[in-house]
Structures are given as C-alpha cells and as structure tokens.
Design a protein around this ligand. Sequence first.
Ligand SMILES: [Zn+2]
Length: 171
Amino acid sequence: MDVTSVYSFSELMIYIAISGIIFGVGSAISAANKGRSIFLWFLIGFLIGPFGFILSLVVAKNTNAIEEKAINSGEMRKCPFCAEIVKSEAKICKHCSKELPEISFDLASQKIQVKSIHDAVYEGNWSLVNQLLKEGVDVNQINPEGKTPLEIARERGDNLIIKLLISNGAK
Ligand SMILES: [Zn+2]
C-alpha cells in the first residue's frame, strides 16, 4: 500500500464522517419537531445518511409526546368535552365549539380561583390539577360522593390526568 492510497482512504473516512454528522443532525432536528428521539434519529441519519434524513421526514408525528409537552408547559389544555388539545387561554373549543371552563389559574393576576381537585379533575383541567398538587392538596382526598380524584379521572378516561395523579402518589 503506497502513501497516496492511505491518504485517500483516510480522506474518504473523513468525508463519510462529515456527511454522517450532517445527515445525523438533519434527521435529529426533523425528528425532534415530531416529538421523536433526537439521539436515535441522529444515529439513523449518521448511519444511513440521506435515507435516514428522508425517513425522518416521512415518519409519523408522535402526537402524544408533543401534546404532553404543550400541556405540561401550561400552553395548551384538553377540552373537557371532546378531549382535543386547545390553547389554554381559549374560551371556545375550536374542535367542538363548546364553551370551555374558565381556566382557574389566572396567569395575569396570579390568582387562583378556589376549586376542589375533584372539580379540576372532572373538568379535565390538567394545569389546575397540577397547580393544586404543587400547593400540597391531598391527592387521595375523598369528595362527598365518596370518590378520590383518581377514580374520577379513570371514569373520564383522562390518561394524562391519571398519570399526573399517580406520579403524585394517588392510590
Ligand atoms: Zn372540544
């Protein structure tokens, strides 16, 4: 093996590595916008280059992850009637046209309307439930009907609130 061929081989490796990184980053950015794993998609783009990037463009959105992120940030909430995701400050649901319950934590005035955790769960108001739990409201308290917040959430099939309650110690 002469010097020239060694040089071009390492040069080739550098080109492969650079294009791998470019496609890796491209795939990761495209995947992140769809709520998918950045690391995994970097790896896919790095390993299969342009094909990985194309895959990242056509892969389906991970809607749950995106929704959960928006709800956690308080930017969005779930409509209690149709369970679609709407903006937190919206007054009318754009999906079912029903009037949405007033958001109970008013960011502008920093005022919280007094409401029980059971009502908040019943309304599907994730951000209020979260707020009340942060304030130290008992997650297992029983309402006059003998129900815990978790039981109400399960009746409503509200998976995001069920998860929130369980992660706060609901039994
Ligand atoms: Zn709706």
